[in-house]
Design a protein around this ligand. Structure first.
Ligand code: 5AD
Ligand code: SF4
Length: 477
């Protein structure tokens, strides 16, 4: 496929707000015979940044083919749900959305629409989706997105049901056009799929094997993004630091980071998610060497007990993980570390859980996403004996979150009085109030007497701290 070209939202919808795009606009005549709303589409995304970014690419593919994006399913001829199945609750959500289109249901929405299920639930459930929701026409997992134009063409030619469910591809999903949602931050997938085999995780099954994108193609796209005004790049992958350049240049991940950070106009480079096994000193050295590489590493630990880590097949022990933390903490500039933790993995004992609590103290994370274990289909953990009652798992989750909150509050309070560069991301209702992010990925809400600050980089003095954010005022030195 051709080059990725960024087209800013405003260029696609000149003078019109996104939600104002009308289904009766001047779109080409529909060849999806009888569809209300013509060649219009609506897409809703669940789950992680990878999914958010996949939706931006799917939107690009559709726009290229003359479809227009609308803000609600009611206005759309084509309704896509890009789904997440990492935990049971996320997976259930899509079926409740699909239920809204059940023609038998009185409150059912217009069944003349083409309904498509994309992403991880599509891959996980496959054609069974047609059984549960016969009004669905398209089921396509992320490893088959390159086939989307073909699948759409088959639907346009009158086929009732089409699927793209293969995962044995070595291709990445690159599009001629990516319709990006954010005005100054651009996501870029550099590695898709996952070759790790964590015993609780459905991702290797739903996203297929690891495939990296060639470094030349990544760098070319970043240069194009910088030229049209993007200043922050987020490199994405389930295990982003397992990146292996398939081209002759054979850039390592840390070399790629440095090359992206050197592109004129790029002021911030983030990357997530890192796997502890592949986090080496070269990545820390790269962050030290280049101010444009953000001082933040997201490094999921998942559990604090080596026994549970082994059962999770995480490929490292508690001690090895803490050595990685030590490596990051020895950097010349402070690097913030965030993590993911699962509580209530099958057979997790009180002692195991205590080890997770003590790891929080040892690692001093700046943020943690914590989840109660959720059994997933096709995973080895789903069939492990699990005597721990749900109520106990919930108690552990709450205890962990309380402990982590206290750590974050203490760490954030230690920043009061310091000055940070902030990328301004939003305005609050009061005119003088703004919100931005530090390089370390902390939210900093601040006051400034100036207007039009969106997308600007400013220096802000921290005056107050909570567990999840900082407050401050613009620092005029
Ligand atoms: N149950 C609960 N949490 C899970 N995660 C992945 N699989 C599961 C599961 N089966 C969490 C991990 C991962 C994050 C994205 O979601 O912590 O890092
Ligand atoms: Fe899932 Fe483990 Fe791969 Fe992360 S590294 S996506 S948790 S299998």
């Amino acid at each position: 496929m051709g080059e990725s070209i960024h087209v800013p939202l405003a260029a696609l919808f000149p003078g019109a707000s996104f939600s104002g795009a009308s289904a009766k606009g001047n779109a080409p005549a529909s060849s999806l015979g009888g569809l209300r709303g013509g060649r219009t589409f609506y897409i809703e995304t669940f789950g992680c940044q990878m999914n958010e970014h996949d939706s931006e690419k799917v939107a690009g593919v559709l726009l290229r083919r003359g479809y227009r994006q609308v803000a609600s399913p009611d206005e759309a001829g084509l309704v896509f749900y890009n789904t997440c199945s990492i935990r049971e609750k996320a997976a259930q959500k899509v079926f409740s959305r699909l239920g809204e289109f059940n023609p038998k249901n009185n409150s059912g929405r217009d069944s003349g629409k083409v309904i498509g299920v994309l992403g991880c639930v599509a891959q996980q459930e496959g054609e069974q989706i047609f059984e549960r929701a016969p009004w669905v026409s398209l089921v396509c997992g992320s490893a088959s997105y390159r086939k989307l134009p073909l699948l759409l063409a088959r639907l346009e030619a009158g086929e009732r049901r089409v699927t793209g469910l293969e995962t044995d591809t070595d291709e990445t999903f690159e599009t001629e056009l990516t319709r990006r949602d954010h005005p100054f931050r651009a996501y870029l997938t550099i590695i898709e799929g996952c070759d790790k085999a964590c015993s609780y995780c459905v991702v290797p099954y739903t996203r297929g094997p690891e495939r990296s994108r060639a470094s030349d193609s990544i760098l070319r796209e970043v240069r194009e993004l910088a030229e049209v005004g993007y200043t922050e790049i987020q490199l994405l992958g389930q295990t982003v630091n397992s990146y292996r350049d398939p081209s002759n240049r054979h850039l390592t991940f840390s070399e790629l980071l440095l090359a992206v950070a050197e592109i004129p106009g790029i002021r911030r480079v983030r990357f997530l998610t890192s796997h502890p096994r592949d986090l080496g000193g070269d990545i820390v050295a790269a962050i030290d060497a280049s101010p444009a590489l953000c001082d933040h590493v997201h490094l999921p630990v998942q559990a604090g007990s080596t026994r549970v880590l082994r059962a999770m097949q995480r490929t490292y022990t508690r001690e090895e993980y803490l050595e990685k933390i030590g490596l990051i903490r020895r950097a010349r500039r402070p690097i913030s570390i965030t993590t993911d933790i699962i509580v209530g993995f099958p057979g997790e004992s009180e002692q195991d859980f205590e080890e997770t609590l003590s790891l929080l103290e040892a690692a001093q994370f700046d943020g943690a996403f914590s989840f109660q274990y959720s059994p997933r289909p096709h995973t080895p953990a789903a069939v492990m004996a699990d005597p721990v009652p749900e109520s106990e798992k919930l108690r552990r989750l709450q205890a962990l979150q309380e402990r982590q909150r206290a750590i974050q509050l203490r760490r954030n309070q230690g920043l009061v009085g310091e000055v940070f560069e902030v990328l301004v991301e939003g305005a609050s209702r009061r005119e003088t109030q703004w919100t931005g992010r530090t390089s370390s990925n902390r939210v900093l809400n601040f006051t400034s007497s100036r207007t039009d600050l969106l997308g600007e980089y400013l220096r802000v003095r921290v005056t107050g701290a909570g567990p999840n954010s900082l407050t401050g005022e613009e620092s005029i030195e």
